[in-house]
Design a binder for this molecule. Structure first.
Ligand code: ATP
Length: 361
């Protein structure tokens, strides 16, 4: 898997003389709690690899999307704390604010401004078919007063996030692929109406990591997520070795004897194999099925011990660095100020072009 990412980074950095397109990587994470192993393997780890292995001419922009976070109600003090912790986490995983632009979305108003403009283009029919909207509202009665417009138009803000920076590449987990397709559609539609033969908005390419969907430990049919009510369903990047062990130990498996890789029939066991595979860079095996074959014959207890050890080795350095950073207010403030300045320049450049194209200026 690491290989694949290195290739992505290399192809991103390859100078292609026939195209003068400047590579721009953009991605975001909601500051709705400490990131979990799914966020890390599915998205954040790629952000760092892209930072460390891309050509220096590649622009890297990573956002803490706090405007997205309020599409579901968050207690204000809690949100403030999460914003700070999430910023510290991005530094702890190895993002360098000198190389990567790291900022809170709400500090760059061009995101919300472009969103409005794109909302005047976006089809409500298309938005209504988004699976995430359906998932997050599945408990609500249709047409309920409780359904918020912000949650419905979430993908439009997400499109604005990406398009306002002219992103060419967007590294995300699989759950975001549909939203990215929507962003491309919005860009195409905008260019068709206002582009005047020129490309005003860039259609971004999605980069999906091979750990595209890490599943919940307690409910392996669902993806691991920050908002799942059961805290034992996810491993946080700040969990101690003991917490990791305890969560893996209680992870739901099945009553079938032996180990095999079959995500449909054996989602729990396969998720553990996946986690082991991705935390050990493949463990020297060609794929998860080969790793599972090697594990077959070991007791479930032994397998779980191996998984815990692998997760702990991945997370220990991150956890230690996080503990150093979280109380360093100066470092956090500087990183965030610097990020806002750089992101403002990048976003305003696109917004000016868009306003010109549609006749606002
Ligand atoms: P929430 O539960 O609050 O919606 P989340 O855990 O889904 O949060 P996001 O902030 O929406 O996380 O997503 C951040 C990034 O992590 C996105 O690129 C998303 O695709 C990726 N991601 C989230 N969950 C997983 C997962 N279980 N496996 C792989 N990637 C994931």
């Amino acid at each position: 898997e690491h290989h694949g990412l290195q290739q992505q980074a290399r192809s991103l950095s390859q100078h292609n003389p026939s195209s003068s397109i400047h590579k721009v990587v953009f991605s975001g994470i909601q500051p709705t709690g400490i990131a979990h192993l799914g966020n890390y393997l599915g998205a954040l780890r790629q952000w760092v690899t892209l930072q460390n292995e891309s050509d220096p001419s590649t622009t890297l922009i990573y956002s803490l999307v706090d405007l997205h976070a309020i599409t579901l109600r968050q207690p204000p003090a809690q949100l403030r704390q999460w914003k700070r912790e999430s910023l510290a986490m991005l530094l702890a995983i190895g993002l360098d604010p000198k190389r990567s632009t790291i900022f809170h979305q709400s500090t760059v108003p061009a995101h919300a401004e472009l969103m409005w403009i794109l909302s005047c283009q976006a089809s409500t029919g298309y938005l209504g078919r988004m699976t995430q909207w359906k998932d997050k509202t599945s408990g609500e009665k249709e047409g309920s007063e409780k359904l918020k417009l912000g949650l419905f138009s979430y993908p439009v803000l997400q499109a604005a996030d990406v398009l306002v920076h002219g992103a060419t590449h967007v590294p995300v987990g699989e759950d975001q692929a549909q939203h990215l397709e929507f962003a491309r559609e919005v860009a195409r539609g905008f260019n068709h109406v206002y582009g005047d033969g020129r490309v005003a908005l860039v259609e971004p390419e999605t980069i999906i990591s091979s750990a595209k969907r890490v599943m919940s430990l307690t409910d392996p049919e669902a993806k691991m997520s920050k908002s799942h009510p059961n805290p034992k369903s996810r491993i946080l990047l700040t969990d101690s070795a003991e917490e990791i062990r305890s969560k893996i130990n209680t992870a739901v498996t099945d009553s079938i004897t032996g180990v095999s890789y079959d995500p449909v029939q054996r989602p729990g066991v396969s998720n553990l194999v996946d986690i082991l595979y991705h935390c050990t860079q493949g463990a020297g095996f060609e794929d998860q099925a080969a790793l599972a074959k090697d594990l077959d014959g070991s007791s479930l207890r032994a397998v779980k011990r191996r998984v815990s050890d692998a997760v702990e080795s991945q997370l220990r350095p991150i956890r230690e660095r996080y503990q150093e950073i979280i109380n360093n207010a100066q470092l956090l403030d500087d990183a965030s100020t610097q990020g806002t300045q750089k992101a403002t320049i990048s976003a305003n450049a696109t917004l000016a072009k868009v306003k010109q194209a549609i006749g606002l200026t």
